[in-house]
Write a protein that binds this ligand. Structure first.
Ligand code: UDP
Ligand code: MG
Length: 322
């Protein structure tokens, strides 16, 4: 079978040790491809899996012209993996979805309908989350609230990375090469015509979460630092408030010095003030460090990822670096 003409739809699916869910995923994707109203490609981005996922997916990309497979040279993380897939998407509409079927492939048809209506970004909004622990739900809720408060752009709540974007948006996205990525925020920042479709999020179809607390915290920190300078401003306000208090205290001491005969300057208060001020100082330095760290990260100018292997692409190159 020859390669089909340029696809209308590109589905980008990040994969990190997902062998348990692959048979079901491939089945559901096949069904989705049949249901779509035009030619589609599925791009699997293997984010450095160490299980059998690479073998299964590369085989699928070889056998079936609708499937493609890219392997990153190591685990770069979910946000970079989806970027790598989007970079290689050639469809008019690009859909990003998780491998574990928590993002139901059938919802893509609804997204496509919205896209046909003229929307350029269609994101999937969760009405509920099942099969996820209380802790995950509570922390996610807290994070979205905080982000809502702090972010300089409006980032929709309960929206993950499951979304459809138009080719035009993809072109804009490709120009944003920041290293510490919070992709859902980047789309919110971009604007264009956006809308939501809603769904009830099911538990993972198989396997375990690839987002341990450590990765979740990193994502949350990226989201807040990338889209808000509130922490910096907080340091400024706290610093000013503390200085004001210190001056007030100094005034009190002067008054006491004039009014009280035997004023013994207690060294404890001195110690308290010194400690407080150096604490505040340290906090501000810490916050500056956060931002300086990011500048450092950008200045390094490394590519976002390296590609180890490609299968099933038009140019037929099996191994090349991006
Ligand atoms: N994933 C990835 N790289 C990672 C972690 C996750 O490509 O370092 C993929 C994973 O295979 C899945 C998606 O990102 O397709 C979402 O991960 P997961 O379902 O484990 O996250 P959760 O739904 O638990 O937040
Ligand atoms: Mg999941």
């Amino acid at each position: 079978m020859s390669k089909q003409s340029r696809p209308i739809y590109s589905l980008v699916v990040p994969i990190y040790n997902e062998e348990a869910v692959l048979p079901l995923l491939l089945h559901r994707l096949d069904r989705l491809l049949e249901a779509l109203d035009g030619p589609a490609e599925v791009i699997f981005v293997d984010d450095g899996s160490r299980d059998c996922s690479p073998i299964v997916l590369a085989a699928r990309a070889r056998d079936n012209p609708s499937y493609r497979y890219i392997r990153l040279s190591r685990n770069f993380g979910h946000q970079v993996a989806i970027t790598a897939g989007m970079d290689r998407a050639s469809g008019d509409a690009v859909i990003v979805m998780d491998a574990d079927l928590q993002d139901p492939p059938e919802l893509v048809l609804e997204m496509v309908a919205k896209w046909r209506e003229g929307y350029e970004i269609v994101y999937a909004q969760r009405l509920s989350r099942e099969g996820e622990g209380r802790f995950k739900k509570a922390t996610a809720d807290l994070f979205y609230r905080l982000l809502d408060r702090l972010a300089s752009v409006e980032i929709p709540r309960n929206v993950g990375d499951f979304r459809l974007i138009d080719r035009k948006v993809l072109a804009a996205f490709s120009t944003m090469r920041e290293k510490d990525r919070f992709v859902r925020g980047m789309f919110a920042w971009m604007g264009f015509k956006q809308t939501a479709v809603t769904f009830h999020r099911q538990p993972r179809a198989a396997g375990e979460t690839k987002y341990p607390l450590r990765k979740m915290l990193r994502l949350a920190a990226n989201g807040i630092v990338s889209f808000s300078d509130a922490p910096l401003r907080l340091a400024l306000w706290v610093g000013m408030a503390v200085s004001a208090l210190a001056m007030l205290y100094a005034a009190c001491v002067v008054v006491m010095w004039f009014t009280q005969a035997h004023l013994v300057p207690g060294w404890s208060s001195t110690v308290v003030i010194t400690a407080l001020l150096s604490g505040i100082n340290m906090m501000m330095t810490g916050i500056m460090g956060l931002y300086v760290g990011r500048i450092h990260n950008e200045v390094k100018g490394r590519p976002l990822y390296l590609v180890d292997q490609r299968v099933g692409f038009e140019d037929g190159a099996e191994a090349m670096a991006a």
